[in-house]
Design a protein around this ligand. Structure first.
Ligand SMILES: Nc1ncnc2c1ncn2[C@@H]1O[C@H](COP(=O)(O)OP(=O)(O)OP(=O)(O)O)[C@@H](O)[C@H]1O
Length: 926
C-alpha cells in the first residue's frame, strides 16, 4: 500500500468504522458456513463456463486429502470426501485452457520506478514478455533463456481493467453462479500485488484493483433482493489472524468442519455490503487497520497477508435460476425434489494479497523483521510446499503447516475456482525472486481443482419464511378473531335489537290483538245488527213480494176489470151508439115529425125483419145442427158397425188360427204316430205335403191375422178420432146453442129498448104537441098525452137508474174523457139523462161529474156535446150543492162564453136553462 493511500484511508477510517459497527451482525457470522449444508452427493460438477468437468481426465492416482474433504464429490464416495485436486502431467505448456478446474495463473510486470529506471538499464535482457502468445521468456544466463506459458501475460502497461477481466472476472462470475473462488496475488515485495488486488482508486476509478472491481460486479449482480453480499477482511501476520474490520480481534482461530472439512473463521467480523460506496468505506477501514511493516527494501510494501472474503448468498427462485439451471443442467442434484423448500447458493470469494515472497536474507537486519520474515515465509513456504505437492500429485498435501494454507485449503486442490496472478518486478537485481515467482506460478498452473456448485436447502430462509407465514397467519387469526368478536358483538347487538323489536312487536301484536278482538266483537254485533236488518229487509222483501203478488193480482184484477170495463164500454158504446142513433133518429123524427115516425116504424119493421131473419137463421142453424147430428150419428153407426164387423172378423180369424194351430198340432201328432207305426212313404209324403200346405195356410193365416190386427188398430184409431170429432161437434153445438141463446136475449133486450124508445119518442111528441094540442085538440087529449109523457119519462128514468146501477156513474164519467168523440157524445148523453134525476145528481157531483162536464164545455167543439153537456149542467144546476160547485169551478163563465161560441138554438136554450137554474139560487150572481 502506498503512503498516500494509507493517509487517505486513515482520514476516513474513523467515520467508516462507525458505519461498520452499524452493520455488524449480532451473532458470529462465521457460523453461517458451519450451519450450512452441502448439496447431496450427485450435485455439482458444472464449471462456471458451463462445460462439465471430465472425471475421466482426472488422474486416478490423485491422493486423497482430508484438506479437500469439504467438497462432496459427485462421482464417487472417495472423491466426494476427498476433494483432492486432479494432478496433471507436467508440461511447460498448458493447452487445456478450457479446463475450468485448473488454477489459472497470470503474470504481471510492474512498471519501473524511478530508481529502477536509473539502475536497471538491462532489464530487457532478463525477462521478455510475449503477451500475444501468453508467454514469458526468462533469461537463465547469458546464453540461455526459458520460455513459460501463462494464462495471461500482462505487461507494465496493462490496465487495471484488463488485468481484472483477464484474472478475476471469470472467477467472480463463478462466484455469482454459486462456485467458490479464489483470486490471489503472489510476488516479491513491491512488485505491485497490492496495487493489482487492493488498490481502492478513490480518486481515479481506472486505478481500482481487483477487490473493488469484483465487488462492483458482484453488487451489480446482487441488486436484486434475493442476493446478499457480506465481507470479512482479515490479515494474517506472523501466523496470527487479525480482523481488519475489528482490530481488537487480533487472534482469530480457524475452524474446520470435521465432517465436511469446510474451513471457516467464526470470529471474523462480517459486514453486509449495501453498495459500492459502502464497500469502499469498509475497505478503507480495513486498509487503515492493516498493519504495514515497511522493510528496508520497500517501505511501501506490507509484510502481511491480507484476505478479503466475500460471502455471496443467493436465494434461488424459479425465474431467477432459469438461466443458471440451463447452464448447470447436469450439476442439478437429482434428489432435489423438495419443491417446497427454498434453496440457496452460497459461494465465497477469497481475494488474497499475499505478503512479499522475497527471501529472508534480503529482508533486513532487524531482529524483529527477521522473525517477521520467518513467519511470513512460513506461510508462503507452506503454500509453496502444498502447491508443489499438488503439482506433483503427492499423496500428502501439507495444508495444516500454516494458517495460510489452512485458509486456502479450498483454493488449491479444493472445490474453488482459483486464479493466481504473480507479480514480478522489472529489476534484474531480483532475478532469483522473479525466477522463483515464475516457477511458483508454473507449479500452480498444474493444479486442477474440482469446482463444485454450492447449493443448499435454505432452511434459514425457509424458517424465516415459515416464521413470517406463521406471523402472518397468527396476525390473520387474530384479525379473524377480532373480526369474529366484532361480528359477535354486532350480532349480539342485533340480537338484542331484534329481541327488543320482537318484544315491542309482541306488545304491539297483543295491543293489536286486543283491538282486533274488540273490533271483532264490535263487528260481530254489527253483523248481528246487519243480519237483523237483513232479516227485517228480507221480511219486508217478503212482504213486498206478497204485496207485489197482491198488486199483481190486483193488477190482474184491474186488468180484468179494465177488460170488463172495456167490454162494458164497448157494450155501452154500442148501446150508446145505438141509443144515440136511435135518439138521433127519434129527435130527427120528432123534428121531422111524421117523417121520422115513419122512419122509426120503418126501422122497426127492419128490426123485425132482422129479427125474423135471425130467427130464421137460428132455425136454419138448428136444422143444420140436427142434420149434422143425424149425419154424425149415421157416421158413428157406420163406423161402429164396421168396427164390430172387423172385431167379428178378427175373432173369426182368431178362431181359425186356433183351429189351424190345433190342426197342426194334431197333424204333428199324427205324423209322429205314423212315423212310429209305419214307414209308408206315400202316406208320409202325403202327410208332409199336407203339413206344408197347412204350414202355408198357417203362415198366411198369421199374416192375415197381422193385417187384420193392423186394420183393427187403424179402425180403433179412426174410432177414437171420430169420437174426438163427435165430441168437438157436440161442443161446437153447445157453444152455438149458447150463442143462440145470448143472441135471443140480446134480441129481447133490443126489443125492450126499442119499445122504451118508442115510448120516449111518443112522450116527447106529446110534450111538444101539448100547447098546440090544447089549442087545437082540447084538454082531454092534453091530459091523455101528459099521462103518456109521464109514463114515458118515468120509464126512461127507470132505465137510466138501472143503467146507472149496472154500469156505475164513475165509469160513465170516465167515458166522457175518451178521445173518441162518439163515445164522448154517448157518455155525455147518458150523464145528461142521469142528471135529470135528482137522486143521480149527488152521485154525479160526488164522482166529479161537474168537472168532467165543465171540461167538455171548455174544450170540445162538437155542437152535440156542447148542447148535451149544457143540458146536463142545467140539470145539475137544479141542485144547490151542485150550483155552488159549478160556480166555484167557473161554470157560469164557461156557459157564458159558450153563448159566443155557438148559435145553435137548442144549445143556447140549454145554456140559458143552466144559467137560469144557477140564478135560481139567490146566492149567485151572474
Ligand atoms: N502496474 C503498476 N503500475 C504503476 N505502478 C505500480 C504498478 N505496480 C506497482 N506499482 C507501484 O509500485 C509500488 C509498489 O507496489 P505495491 O505496494 O503494490 O507492491 P507490493 O508487491 O504490494 O509490495 P508489498 O509486498 O510490500 O506490499 C507502489 O508504489 C505502486 O504504486
Amino acid at each position: 500500500m502506498t503512503s498516500s493511500n494509507s493517509s487517505a484511508v486513515r482520514s476516513s477510517a474513523k467515520h467508516a468504522a462507525e458505519r461498520i459497527q452499524q452493520h455488524l451482525p449480532p451473532s458470529n457470522p462465521g457460523s453461517l458456513s458451519s450451519s450450512s449444508l452441502n448439496l447431496p452427493a450427485r450435485a455439482s460438477l458444472i464449471a462456471p463456463g458451463g462445460a462439465p468437468i471430465s472425471h475421466s481426465s482426472r488422474p486416478k492416482d490423485r491422493p486423497s486429502s482430508s484438506a479437500s474433504s469439504a467438497s462432496i464429490s459427485a462421482s464417487s464416495p472417495s472423491t466426494r470426501r476427498s476433494g483432492t485436486p486432479v494432478r496433471r502431467s507436467q508440461s511447460k505448456d498448458f493447452d487445456d485452457d478450457n479446463d475450468p478446474g485448473r488454477v489459472r495463473v497470470s503474470v504481471r510486470v510492474r512498471p519501473r520506478n524511478g530508481e529502477e529506471l536509473k539502475s536497471d538499464a538491462d532489464f530487457a535482457d532478463l525477462v521478455e514478455l510475449q503477451p500475444e502468445i501468453k508467454r514469458l521468456k526468462l533469461r537463465k544466463n547469458n546464453w540461455s533463456s526459458e520460455s513459460y506459458r501463462f494464462d495471461e501475460v500482462f505487461t507494465d502497461t496493462s490496465s487495471q481493467k484488463r488485468v481484472y477481466e483477464g484474472v478475476a472476472k471469470p472467477v467472480v462470475e463463478g462466484v455469482l453462479n454459486g462456485y467458490n473462488g479464489t483470486i490471489m496475488a503472489y510476488g516479491q515485495t513491491g512488485t505491485g500485488k497490492t496495487y493489482t488486488v487492493g488498490k481502492i482508486g478513490k480518486d481515479d476509478a481506472a486505478e481500482r484493483g481487483i477487490m473493488v472491481r469484483a465487488l462492483e460486479d458482484i453488487l451489480v449482480s446482487a441488486s436484486s433482493a434475493s442476493v446478499s453480499v457480506e465481507i470479512s477482511y482479515l490479515q494474517l501476520y506472523m501466523e496470527t489472524i487479525q480482523d481488519l474490520l475489528a482490530p481488537e480481534r487480533s487472534n482469530i482461530s480457524i475452524n474446520e468442519d470435521a465432517k465436511t472439512g469446510e474451513v471457516s473463521v467464526p470470529g471474523a467480523t462480517v459486514v453486509n455490503i449495501q453498495d459500492l460506496d459502502h464497500f469502499l468505506q469498509v475497505l478503507q477501514v480495513g486498509e487503515a487497520n492493516r498493519h504495514a511493516a515497511n522493510t528496508k527494501m520497500n517501505t511501501e510494501s506490507s509484510r502481511s497477508h491480507a484476505i478479503l472474503t466475500v460471502y455471496v448468498r443467493r436465494a434461488m427462485h424459479e425465474k431467477a435460476e432459469t438461466g443458471t439451471k440451463s447452464r448447470d443442467k447436469e450439476a442439478k442434484p437429482e434428489s432435489l425434489g423438495d419443491k417446497g423448500i427454498p434453496r440457496v447458493r452460497k459461494s465465497k470469494l477469497l481475494i488474497v494479497d499475499l505478503a512479499g515472497s522475497e527471501r529472508i536474507n534480503k529482508s533486513g537486519t532487524d531482529g524483529h523483521l527477521i522473525e517477521e520474515a520467518k513467519f511470513i515465509n512460513l506461510s508462503l513456504t507452506s503454500l509453496g510446499k502444498c502447491i508443489n505437492a499438488l503439482a506433483e500429485g503427492s499423496s500428502h498435501i501439507p495444508t495444516r503447516d500454516s494458517k495460510l494454507t489452512r485458509l486456502l485449503r479450498d483454493s488449491f486442490g479444493g472445490s474453488a475456482r482459483t486464479s493466481l496472478i504473480i507479480t514480478i518486478g522489472p529489476s534484474a537485481r531480483y532475478h532469483a525472486e522473479t525466477t522463483s515467482t515464475i516457477m511458483f506460478g508454473q507449479r500452480a498452473m498444474k493444479i486442477v481443482n474440482m469446482v463444485k456448485l454450492k447449493e443448499e436447502f435454505d432452511y434459514e430462509s425457509l424458517c424465516r419464511k415459515l416464521e413470517t407465514q406463521v406471523d402472518h397467519l397468527t396476525a390473520e387469526v387474530e384479525r379473524q378473531n377480532k373480526l369474529r368478536n366484532s361480528e359477535k358483538h354486532e350480532l349480539e347487538k342485533r340480537l338484542r335489537e331484534c329481541e327488543n323489536s320482537f318484544a315491542e312487536a309482541e306488545k304491539n301484536a297483543i295491543t293489536r290483538s286486543k283491538f282486533l278482538e274488540k273490533e271483532n266483537g264490535r263487528l260481530e254485533l254489527r253483523m248481528k245488527e246487519l243480519l237483523k236488518d237483513l232479516q227485517l229487509q228480507k221480511d219486508q222483501c217478503d212482504l213486498m213480494r206478497d204485496k207485489a203478488i197482491q198488486l199483481e193480482m190486483n193488477l190482474k184484477n184491474t186488468k180484468q176489470q179494465q177488460l170488463e170495463t172495456s167490454a162494458y164500454q164497448e157494450k155501452l158504446a154500442d148501446a150508446s151508439q145505438v141509443y144515440e142513433k136511435k135518439i138521433a133518429e127519434l129527435v130527427q123524427k120528432v123534428e121531422d115529425e111524421q117523417a121520422r115516425s115513419t122512419n122509426a116504424e120503418h126501422q122497426l119493421e127492419e128490426m123485425k125483419n132482422v129479427l125474423s131473419n135471425q130467427q130464421k137463421s137460428i132455425h136454419e142453424q138448428e136444422m143444420g145442427n140436427y142434420q149434422y147430428q143425424r149425419e154424425l150419428a149415421e157416421t158413428t153407426y157406420t163406423y161402429e158397425s164396421k168396427i164390430a164387423e172387423l172385431q167379428k172378423k178378427l175373432e173369426d180369424e182368431h178362431d181359425r188360427s186356433n183351429a189351424a194351430e190345433e190342426q197342426l198340432r194334431q197333424m204333428k201328432r199324427n205324423i209322429s204316430d205314423r212315423q212310429v207305426l209305419s214307414q209308408e212313404n206315400e202316406e208320409t209324403n202325403e202327410l208332409r205335403r199336407k203339413l206344408e200346405e197347412l204350414t202355408q195356410i198357417y203362415e198366411s193365416t198369421v199374416d192375415e191375422l197381422q193385417t187384420v190386427k193392423l186394420d183393427y188398430d187403424d179402425l180403433l184409431h179412426q174410432k177414437e178420432k171420430l169420437g174426438e170429432e163427435v165430441r168437438d161437434m157436440k161442443e161446437r153445438l153447445l157453444l152455438e146453442e149458447k150463442q143462440r141463446k145470448q143472441m135471443e136475449s140480446e134480441l129481447s133486450k133490443l126489443k125492450k129498448n126499442l119499445r122504451e124508445s118508442e115510448i120516449v119518442v111518443e112522450d116527447k111528441r106529446m110534450k111538444e104537441d101539448l100547447p098546440k094540442g090544447s089549442s087545437e085538440s082540447g084538454a082531454l087529449t092534453g091530459s091523455q098525452r101528459s099521462q103518456g109523457l109521464k109514463k114515458s119519462l118515468s120509464g126512461q128514468r127507470a132505465t137510466m137508474a138501472r143503467l146507472c146501477e149496472e154500469v156505475g156513474v164513475q165509469k160513465i164519467l170516465h167515458l166522457i174523457k175518451s178521445e173518441d168523440v162518439e163515445v164522448q157524445i154517448q157518455a155525455v148523453k147518458v150523464v145528461a139523462n142521469l142528471a135529470a134525476e135528482e137522486s143521480n145528481q149527488v152521485k154525479i157531483v160526488e164522482e166529479g161529474g161537474v168537472e168532467a162536464l165543465l171540461m167538455l164545455v171548455q174544450s170540445s167543439q162538437n155542437s152535440t156535446i156542447l148542447r148535451v153537456a149544457s143540458g146536463a149542467i142545467a140539470n145539475l144546476a137544479m141542485n144547490e150543492k151542485s150550483q155552488d160547485l159549478i160556480m166555484n169551478k167557473g161554470g157560469a163563465q164557461l156557459l157564458a162564453k159558450m153563448v159566443t161560441k155557438t148559435d145553435d138554438p137548442q144549445t143556447l136554450r140549454m145554456v140559458a136553462g143552466a144559467l137560469a137554474n144557477l140564478c135560481g139560487n139567490g146566492e149567485h150572481e151572474i
